[in-house]
Design a binder for this molecule. Structure first.
Ligand code: UDP
Length: 236
């Protein structure tokens, strides 16, 4: 597979074309941003960790019936994926109150929900990814009703699979963000990444934060937290 021109550069990843139109290469960077790009920094080694962790978790999901864009890990930072058109919705699943949920509803972090919640935000940096319900998404033609039903069903199943798997490794899955894409035939598949950048991971015993909140909130030990998640899930 030949890596060709860069198609896109995002905050944490670059995407390259390949000699096959249906495939592209995602390359994970160490760059970190928070608060819609206002806070910037570098988390040394993050790209390698997020690439490997994402692929491990994508494999787990595929083994359990969730279609994803994952094809093959090419190197430490590079992964071959199926080319999709991204549905411009960020899907957030929560098991425990934290972050913007705690702030919006004026509650403390750490409330364990009886049932997980789902919310969407419109993937639009200029607008700061505003919260959106499925009726709004339909009204704007961002996805069809059938696609939204599929995305919801996959997201809750992904939550159950990830929660159980992570718990076996001493990690509590607080909340996370997913993105889905459409293959050329319209099939919905999971895309993007699943990493400490996009999930809140707490130590199951101490509730210590093992994710990007250490960077967002200047808690220190950012690299160590990413390393620790990697060690628990993959070894090394
Ligand atoms: N999240 C993300 N990208 C975003 C917004 C949120 O990956 O643009 C993840 C975030 O890491 C957390 C979950 O989605 O695991 C819920 O985030 P929240 O809505 O609480 O927003 P935050 O507090 O991160 O601004």
């Amino acid at each position: 597979m030949e890596k060709r021109e860069q198609m896109y550069e995002g905050k944490a990843k670059k995407v390259f074309a390949t000699d096959d139109d249906s495939l592209c290469i995602v390359s994970y960077k160490d760059d970190a941003t928070a608060f819609n790009g206002e806070k910037r920094g570098t988390i040394m080694g993050k790209g390698v960790i997020n690439n490997r962790l994402t692929n491990r978790l994508m494999r787990l999901l595929m083994d359990n019936g969730i279609p994803t864009h994952f094809v093959e890990e090419l190197s430490e930072r590079d992964t071959l994926v199926r080319r999709v058109s991204i549905v411009p919705l960020e899907v957030i699943i929560r098991n425990i109150s934290a972050g913007s949920f705690a702030k919006r509803y004026g509650v403390e972090e750490g409330i364990v929900f009886a049932r997980p919640t789902i919310e969407f935000s419109y993937k639009n940096d200029e607008l700061g990814d505003p919260l959106m319900n499925s009726y709004h998404a339909l009204a704007l033609g961002l996805a069809t009703e059938e696609e939204i039903d599929t995305i919801k069903a996959y997201s809750f199943k992904i939550n159950e699979l990830l929660k159980a798997f992570l718990l076996e490794h001493g990690i509590e899955l607080v909340d996370f963000k997913l993105e889905f894409g459409r293959l050329p035939d319209g099939t919905i598949v999971l895309a993007d990444e699943i990493s400490p950048d996009t999930c809140r991971f707490w130590d199951v015993e101490t509730h210590e934060k093992l994710d990007k909140d250490r960077f967002r909130r200047d808690l220190g030990g950012v690299e160590d937290a990413y390393q620790e998640v990697m060690r628990r899930i993959i070894g090394d």
